[in-house]
Write a protein that binds this ligand. Structure first.
Ligand code: C5P
Length: 251
C-alpha cells in the first residue's frame, strides 16, 4: 500500500484555483490565444489528447513556466510499469494533476501513485495528484453490459472510486451527478474534479449529465473543468470570472 497522496482541501483553495479551463483546441497557437485572452481571470488549464498530441511537452512546459497550473488529461491505462513511467514523464513537465483509468486496477493505480510521490521527492516539490477516471461520462447504464458490466454506472463509479482511494490516489474525475455518492464512499480527503459544467443559459453541447458551477460545488466537487462555455464565449475572460464568482458564492 503506497502512502496515500495528501491533497489541499477545497476549504483552503481560492475560488480561482478551483476552475480548470479545458484547452480543447487543435494547435499550440490557438491554445496560446485562449490563455492570452483569459489573462489573469484563471490559473488552471487542462491539456488533453487533442492538444498534447500536436503541441506536446514543449507547450506544457511553457504554460507551466508562465505560472499556470496544469491538469494533464492523458487517461493512462497501461501495465503498472508503463503507467508509472508515463506518470514520471508527466511529473517532469511540472503538472499538478495527471489522469489514470481506475479500471486499470489497483496494481496500476499504486504504481502511478508511487511514481508521482517519488518524482515529487526527487524534484523537491509537490507530487502531481493522480486523478482516477471512473466511468466515462459518455457511457450510460445501457452501454455497460456490452463491456461485461452488469451494474449501474453509478455503482461502478463508486466501486472504482473506492479502489482509487485504497490505492492512494489523490482524487477522482466524476460527473456532477456522481459527486455526492463518491463523497459518501471515500470521505473528505480526495479531490473530486467534475466536467459537465454548464452555467445557466449556456449551450449543452455533447454533455448530458450536467450541472451549474454552484450546483457542482455544493454537491462536493473540489474543482470544475469547463471548456466551451469559456473558450467559445465572446469574452472568455468575463465568462471565466463569472464562473469564479459563482464558485465563490456557492459555499
Ligand atoms: O463540454 P466542455 O467543453 O465544457 O468539456 C470540457 C471537458 O469535459 C472536455 O475536455 C472533456 O474531457 C470533458 N467532457 C466529459 N464528458 C463529456 C464531454 C466532455 O467529461 N460528455
Amino acid at each position: 500500500m503506497p502512502t496515500p497522496q495528501i491533497v489541499t482541501p477545497a476549504s483552503a483553495l481560492a475560488p480561482k484555483e478551483r476552475l480548470i479551463i479545458a484547452l480543447d483546441v487543435p494547435s499550440a497557437a490557438e491554445a496560446q490565444k485562449v490563455v492570452l485572452q483569459i489573462g489573469d481571470a484563471a490559473v488552471f488549464y487542462k491539456v488533453g489528447f487533442q492538444l498534447f498530441t500536436v503541441a506536446g511537452p514543449d507547450f506544457v512546459r511553457e504554460l507551466a513556466s508562465s505560472g499556470k497550473k496544469i491538469f494533464l488529461d492523458l487517461k493512462v491505462h497501461e501495465i503498472p510499469n508503463t503507467a508509472a513511467a508515463a506518470v514520471k514523464s508527466a511529473a517532469s513537465l511540472n503538472v499538478q494533476m495527471v489522469t489514470v483509468h481506475a479500471s486499470g486496477g489497483s496494481k496500476m493505480l499504486r504504481a502511478a501513485v508511487e511514481a508521482a510521490t517519488s518524482a515529487g521527492q526527487t524534484q523537491g516539490k509537490d507530487a502531481p495528484v493522480i486523478l482516477a477516471v471512473t466511468v466515462l461520462t459518455s457511457l450510460a447504464n445501457e452501454d455497460l453490459p456490452e463491456i461485461g458490466l452488469n451494474v449501474s454506472a453509478r455503482e461502478q463509479v463508486v466501486r472504482l472510486a473506492k479502489v482509487a482511494h485504497s490505492a492512494g490516489c489523490g482524487g477522482v474525475v466524476a460527473s456532477p451527478e456522481e459527486v455526492g455518492a463518491i463523497r459518501n464512499a471515500v470521505g473528505e480527503q480526495m479531490l473530486i474534479v467534475t466536467p459537465g459544467i454548464r452555467p445557466a443559459g449556456s449551450e449543452k453541447g455533447d454533455q448530458s449529465r450536467i450541472a451549474t458551477p454552484a450546483e457542482a460545488i455544493r454537491s462536493g466537487a473540489t474543482h470544475l473543468v469547463v471548456g466551451r462555455p469559456i473558450t467559445k464565449a465572446s469574452d472568455p475572460a468575463e465568462a471565466a470570472r463569472n464562473i469564479v464568482n459563482e464558485i465563490a458564492g456557492a459555499k
